[in-house]
Design a protein around this ligand. Sequence first.
Ligand code: GDP
Ligand code: MG
Length: 179
Amino acid sequence: MQDSECITTLKILIVGESGVGKSSLLLRFTDDTFDPEQSATIGVDFKVKTFTVEGNCTKLAIWDTAGQERFRTLTPSYYRGGQGVIMVYDVTNRHTFSKLDMWLSEVDTYATKPNLVRMLVGNKIDKPGREVSREEGLAFARRHAMLFIEASAKTQDGVQCAFEELVQKILQTPGLWEV
Ligand code: GDP
Ligand code: MG
């Protein structure tokens, strides 16, 4: 499908602690690849993908932190104009789950669209040694009115679905995007 047939361009952000798999989820979604040696410091910073949900062609501009989250130096421009945010934790690392409140307040502080759609993703479900149950993730998401899915960038479980539900919700939210 031609880009010109897309109804809109959407800005999607990916946030979460270093090492949770943000870049891996992005590369799984855009290039359908997984690199076990993916470096937590060298990220991807930006990817564009044409994505069709329920017959609506959208162009997604997906921003990755490129490792900057380690230094707490994500700038307001990272968040500016974002219509959707994917907040990632690692289900095998409780610390990354306990930092979600911090990420939520960061999004609240910098997001310029107050009704942006937030999706919580519990990543690495393929990995042994789970520390955060599905129920805990779901409860957190419900408490904060977020969409929720568990995923694995390695096996691709849930990855496509996460983006699908996020984009679907954005398109259903009045005033969040323009033709
Ligand atoms: P980021 O810092 O959040 O961007 O995390 P990365 O995408 O760089 O991933 C950090 C490490 O976790 C890398 O070694 C990845 O290969 C690994 N990783 C990412 N996603 C998964 C997953 O779903 N399952 C497993 N087993 N490892 C993953
Ligand atoms: Mg990264």
